[in-house]
Design a protein around this ligand. Sequence first.
Ligand code: TRP
Length: 363
Amino acid sequence: MSKIILTGDRPTGRLHLGHYVGSLRRRVELQNSGAFEKIFIMIADAQALTDNADNPEKVRQNIIEVALDYLSVGIDPEKCTIFIQSQVPELCELAFYYMNLVTVSRLQRNPTVKTEIQMRNFETSIPVGFFTYPISQASDITAFRATTVPAGEDQQPMIEQAREIARRFNGIYGETLVEPEILLPDNAACLRLPGTDGKAKMSKSLCNCIYLSDSAEELHQHVMGMYTDPDHLRVQDPGKVEGNTVFTYLDAFCRPEHFEKYLPDYPNLDELKAHYRRGGLGDVKVKKFLIAILEEELAPIRARRKEWEQRIHDVYALLKKGCETAQAVAADTLADVRRAMKINYFEDKELIEEQARKFAEGK
Ligand code: TRP
């Protein structure tokens, strides 16, 4: 079976380093690996509206930001289909049918939905569309017959639910849909990159994000202000590496060649950590090292973004083309789904003939 990728992001803001290590960086590797027949990357505006119904302008403005972030990290529109969810109405129809295959209590048990409801203080006023977005996400994935969904850990319950829906559908209507698999980051630090304040997750409202589009100065400021070990007061004090954001970021970004280039006194990250634990290594030195590494990674991304920012018309043109390609594929799957569900009445000549005969004979 050929391997197909579908993944995406909600356009509620620019993309940050959490998105980068959690998924974007991997997408570029997968794109260049040649192991996938097709790759679809979706800007999930309809999903973003499930909890931003009163703020369509925010979603509208962020579509281009996310598209620019994709292009600047190296997602190649020649190799991937980048499209906008709302422009593929077939996805809604699929979701409408899948809704019959999922119970309310199953949705209530989805851990990601649970935490998100708490985070948004929805309590008793949960929008139905938000509550059911895992079903819509199952449509996104199955519409493209995706085998593989590269995503962060928080998406695991969504993929699990998509698998259940595909399995249930196939069980009732016959083998039609593909059960997808999640592809998680292979490095623990990348699974859930903390915010610069050490809090569990990067979040715009906490102002603890480093954006891909941040300038070199902003990057410098963010890293210099990063949460470290609050008990590591003097350079000579022993320090803690666990829960120390600077070291978590090094776990996510540092490669052996970085030492040779920027910190030749140390052979590798383990030695750097050992020195920090012993005492005698100051935060500033480690932070400067992290800045050098991040700058090396982000400078080309920033430069590519600057170029694409001068080509906004081209970006919209490639998105439009992507939407057309995506719609054709989704329409194909929808036709299979309708056939399997026996709601393809006008295609079914036999059904019409049989009924014509039956009624003519007065039975
Ligand atoms: N839920 C994802 C996010 O919050 C966005 C998304 C929508 C998605 N549909 C998807 C991701 C399908 C992977 C596959 O960023």
